[in-house]
Design a protein around this ligand. Structure first.
Ligand code: SF4
Length: 774
């Protein structure tokens, strides 16, 4: 288990293209006004533009109002995908007919592994249950030259931090916590599969230029306070929407005192405030981490770049950089926080937590303390927890709550095993789960007595705590805290216990009080490699490999290209459903048991809009055909599809809010949906619809929503001209009501020239496939 350096060929593909980026930064400087200061995020992002002049000068008042305005066409350096979302990403990539990916990419099998009895039992069981999906992913990885991390190798974000993230890199990941890599100075953005495909085929990936929210860190952490508390506290201040459309950029003297993995924890949870991503500047913590993970040459190159004069310095912000919003946190006075339940922004300082528990009548005891996951399983986290466990064990104490440990990767697990940390946990009664997501994503088989629907509490060092997320029980309250606080509190089993001030009676009748935790940023003997079976397959394409998709599979199905837009206006479109009120991506494509079908478009389409409320009747998932016959929405859509009848949905505000789930756009398209007409759209979903060839239109007069009903027949006027002209003009809808009367509805659209191309071709993928074939 001695540390083994990564092969040098790997290192080449893992090093950001620094010379190119530095040259591009100068181009960005030339395009912008000479005295325009740039933040760090701007430097890295704009240096990844395909054509800086085009993106930065179009519609931005000659570059004076880029943030929140410009459409950036970006060329990311790398893509990472997790097993659940990789399925649709790869199926889409395959339709383009390319022999290999255009940029280095990796697949990580982590989401489909259960947490139950421990890694030895859970891993083989999970592999057995998901074999055809893993076989598909592995065969596609081999064929197209994607590095494949098999089940048990680690959680995507931990593996990315240990192997791929680097200062100045820009990457996309098909998972919302991709920004974890920002702890190592990368711009790393979570996207849907279709967006990842843009990068995989070398098409520019579009992003509205984010605003930059500066977070100035002062002072130094000490005692019980940890990096996790920085983001728990910030989440309370910004709320779950506070970072929307923004990059969180950390700076200030406090940064230099943080470990690389601590910065990753903070970046990881920027997703909880809705941020596009989070980033730290190149800092002292990065060098030893890069060296310990066998990337010394990257550390040296980055150190040189970080010491260049400001104008050429890609890895630090300009001194005069301005932020759209600024928050300051003093690490020296920061207190541990506990966030939740049910939302990550309900933040309470530890000293007030017991009082808040009493006031809200939250459970006084909790059944499980869960540490680790992609958010908090670093050597520093685990050795600090170990110091607490050793103190308690010496006093004769055992955890009162179940104590579950999820290492983030084989590298960290093997290192903790070698250094006896895992032994300490196991001896105290802790259960070490597989290096995978497990209880963090609902793959948790609880072994305690808690019944479905029963109000109960758990404490975790994870990042999300929405209802049902961990054990499928909507009544389980998951309180988020640092792993140190979770570990210490597990010894009392009480939510009102404050480990900083309270004591626990020992078997010998004494009162035990914890001393503050102590740990090590990095292992003194270096990282252990662990089981070599968990190393990734090489990223070399092999055209002789056949991608494994069984034609009889109910979990995977190859995709067929959608038909291109006809050479006419759309006629005879029928209103499938008029939705009342909120319609999230979860309403359109439910999660839970349906996740199993993420790679099978026909099967997952059986959940299309099943959460939507019928505006006419108030019923959920109850649609009416023209003859009055009722059925579920997917059934009616399928029936009309068989009849060759295309359709549209009428909806209210913020249609498609929630997540970037691309299935919410793919499924309606697959079932024959052509238009979504809403009062307004969630931005990401609106973009996803266009990528799949569905036209999102908004009412010019919102009250026209009242004019339309299910089964009205519509035709478009002006849509073909809009599409042919690259987005000029507007679309009128002429609706024929069932009583024969006619109403006209004026609409608006936000189709750009490129997006018109997607719709005309049938979908963005169709366009990519066509270009790839040229
Ligand atoms: Fe997502 Fe949890 Fe897995 Fe991290 S551990 S990637 S947050 S499911």
């Amino acid at each position: 288990t001695d540390a083994v350096p990564a092969p040098s060929s790997d290192l080449a593909s893992r090093t950001p293209p620094y010379p190119k980026l530095l040259a591009r930064l100068q181009e960005v400087r030339r395009v912008l006004a000479p005295n325009r200061a740039l933040t760090l995020a701007e430097k890295i992002l704009y240096s990844h533009l395909e054509d800086p002049a085009e993106s930065l000068l179009t519609n931005t008042n000659n570059g004076t109002s880029i943030r929140g305005t410009a459409n950036l066409k970006l060329k990311p350096d790398r893509v990472a995908m997790q097993d659940a979302s990789a399925q649709m990403a790869l199926l889409q990539f395959m339709t383009c007919g390319l022999p290999s990916t255009a940029v280095p990419a990796s697949i990580h099998c982590d989401h489909m592994i259960v947490g139950y009895k421990g890694a030895d039992v859970d891993l083989p069981e999970s592999i057995k249950g998901n074999k055809e999906v893993f076989d598909f992913l592995e065969s596609a990885a081999k064929k197209y030259g994607i590095e494949f991390w098999e089940p048990g190798a680690g959680i995507i974000h931990q593996s990315v931090l240990e192997n791929y993230s680097a200062p100045g890199l820009m990457m996309l990941g098909t998972d919302s916590h991709t920004p974890n890599a920002g702890g190592l100075g990368a711009i790393a953005i979570g996207v849907g599969g279709a967006d990842a495909v843009d990068a995989l085929v070398d098409a520019p990936w579009e992003l509205k230029a984010p605003k930059i929210l500066g977070v100035r860190l002062e002072g130094k952490l000490s005692g019980w306070a940890s990096p996790k508390d920085v983001i728990l506290r910030l989440a309370g201040e910004l709320t779950v929407r506070g970072g929307t459309g923004s990059i969180l950029e950390y700076f200030g003297p406090g940064v230099d005192s943080l470990s690389c993995t601590g910065m990753a924890t903070i970046s990881n949870m920027g997703a909880e405030v809705g941020a596009t991503t989070s980033i730290f500047p190149f800092s002292p913590g990065h060098v030893p981490y890069l060296e310990a993970t066998h990337r010394g040459p990257i550390a040296r190159e980055a150190s040189q770049i970080a010491s260049l004069p400001e104008r050429h310095n890609l890895l630090r912000p300009d001194a005069a950089a301005e932020y759209d919003q600024l928050v300051t946190i003093d690490l020296s006075t920061l207190e541990p926080h506990i966030n939740g339940p049910f939302t990550p922004d309900l933040s309470t300082p530890l000293s007030r937590f017991s009082e808040v528990v009493e006031t809200n009548d939250w459970p006084r005891s909790f059944g499980a303390g869960l540490i680790g996951s992609c958010t908090n399983s670093s050597y520093q986290d685990m050795t600090r927890c170990e110091s607490l466990v050793k103190q308690a064990s010496a006093a004769g104490l055992k955890p009162k709550a179940d104590f579950l440990i999820t290492p983030g990767s084989e590298q960290i697990r093997a290192t903790l095993e070698r250094d006896e940390t895992l032994n300490t946990f196991s001896a105290a009664g802790g259960v070490v789960l597989a290096n995978a997501c497990g209880p963090c994503i609902g793959q948790w088989k609880r072994t305690d007595e808690v019944q479905k629907g029963e109000k109960n509490a758990i404490l975790s060092s994870y990042n999300r705590n929405f209802p049902s997320r961990n054990d499928g029980n909507r009544a389980t309250m998951n309180f988020l805290a640092s792993p140190e606080i979770v570990t210490a509190m597990a010894y009392s089993g009480s939510t009102t216990f404050n480990p900083m001030t309270d004591s626990i009676p020992t078997p010998s009748g004494e009162h035990f009080r914890f001393n503050p935790p102590q740990g090590f940023d990095l292992p003194s003997q270096g990282f252990a490699q662990g089981n070599p079976q968990f190393l990734p397959t090489p990223g070399q394409p092999d055209p002789s490999v056949e991608v494994q998709v069984s034609p009889t599979s109910d979990r995977l199905a190859l995709l067929e290209l959608f038909a291109p837009f006809p050479d006419t206006e759309l006629k005879g479109l029928r209103v499938l459903y008029k939705v009342k009120g909120q319609c999230t991506t979860d309403t359109i494509s439910a999660a839970g048991p349906w996740l199993k079908y993420k790679g099978h478009l026909p099967n997952i389409s059986e959940n299309t809009l099943i959460g939507a409320i019928n505006a006419a009747t108030g019923e959920t998932n109850t649609a009416y055909d023209v003859d009055g016959k009722t059925s579920g929405i997917p059934d009616l859509a399928k029936r009309w599809k068989e009849q060759g009848k295309e359709w549209l949905v009428v909806a209210e505000h913020n249609y498609g809010e929630g997540s970037a789930r691309e299935h919410a756009a793919l499924q309606p398209r697959y079932l024959g949906g052509r238009i979504i007409l809403a009062k307004s759209f969630a931005r990401i979903h609106e973009t996803n619809l266009k990528k799949q060839g569905v036209v999102p239109l908004t009412f010019a007069n919102e009250s026209d929503y009242d004019l339309l009903d299910a089964c009205d027949e519509l035709e478009t006027v002006g849509l073909l001209d809009v599409l042919r002209s690259g987005g000029q003009g507007s679309v009128e809808l002429v609706a024929r009501k069932r009583d024969g009367t006619e109403v006209r509805v004026q609409t608006r659209h936000t189709l750009s020239k490129d997006q018109c191309g997607f719709v005309m071709a049938g979908s963005a993928l169709n366009l990519l496939a066509r270009k790839a074939g040229e």
